[in-house]
Design a binder for this molecule. Structure first.
Ligand code: IPE
Ligand code: IPE
Ligand code: MG
Length: 234
């Protein structure tokens, strides 16, 4: 099996999964949070080096306050309780997105988990929270503009690598495969710059039903794709 180095996932369908079972939407999120922990282990086991998941978008604040709160609490629990597991599995955690809008205790828990796992050499697990690709690009451009203003760089020296590096994903290779669950075939403001040449894979499975077999199916489909990068096939 040809395994992609970096897999990104738009974990969608928690609400629909719950609704179908007569459960509150938040139960779908709780189940979804369990699934992502299992998929991280499966991805690692399959040899994937980077796993990036979309947990909360800049647009998701528009949901009912109770749902936003439930999602933030799940993220809080993960940040505060997973250090031992990350240490055991040699997982490096990074959070993408504008963290300044998150609750102070959540910001602190994220900073701590990032710091404590920074030296881990196994799979890199990136979680996008209050993440929007357009917001990320704007923040990166501001950073570069400040560098020019303060004389740290020259406007002419800004190239694709410089912008890549200024993004939240700086230093991480671009995704090879982007998976979206639960039928929707759109990007919803995720990693717009980084997926320039990613292979896209859509499945009807809702995220709470996603499992190792589904991940393997996506990898198998990826293996059959021919990545030409604008060139010609052999
Ligand atoms: C994905 O599931 C999780 C988040 C976006 C936070 P949804 O909550 O979007 O579930 P659906 O799409 O409404 O079913
Ligand atoms: C994308 O899912 C965001 C996350 C998975 C966190 P949404 O459910 O928010 O996307 P739309 O609204 O269907 O585009
Ligand atoms: Mg959705």
């Amino acid at each position: 099996m040809m395994v992609p180095q970096h897999v990104a996932i738009i974990m969608d369908g928690n609400g629909r999964w719950a609704k179908k079972r007569g459960l509150p939407r938040t139960m779908g999120h709780t189940r979804g949070a369990q699934v992502v922990e299992q998929i991280l282990e499966d991805a690692d086991d399959l040899g994937i080096r980077y796993l990036t998941v979309y947990a909360f978008s800049t647009e998701n604040w528009s949901r009912p306050a109770a749902e936003v709160k439930a999602l933030m609490n799940l993220l809080r629990t993960y940040m505060k309780t997973s250090l031992a597991k990350c240490a055991k599995n040699n997982v490096r955690v990074r959070v993408l997105g504008d963290k300044t809008k998150l609750a102070p205790d959540l910001q602190a828990a994220i900073a701590n988990l990032e710091k404590e796992t920074a030296g881990n050499t196994g799979i890199t697990f990136q979680i996008a929270i209050n993440y929007g690709a357009r917001d990320e690009i704007v923040r990166a451009v501001r950073k570069l503009a400040a560098d020019v203003k303060d004389g740290r760089t020259d406007a002419d020296a800004i190239d694709e690598a410089a912008l890549s590096n200024a993004l939240d994903t700086g230093g991480i290779p671009d995704p090879d495969l982007l998976i979206r669950t639960c039928g929707e075939e759109r990007i919803s403001n995720f990693l717009l710059w980084q997926i320039a040449y990613a292979e896209l894979y859509f499945t009807d499975k809702a995220w709470p039903d996603f499992d190792r077999a589904e991940l393997e199916k996506a990898i198998e489909a990826y293996g059959k794709r021919e990545r030409r990068y604008g060139g010609l096939s052999e």
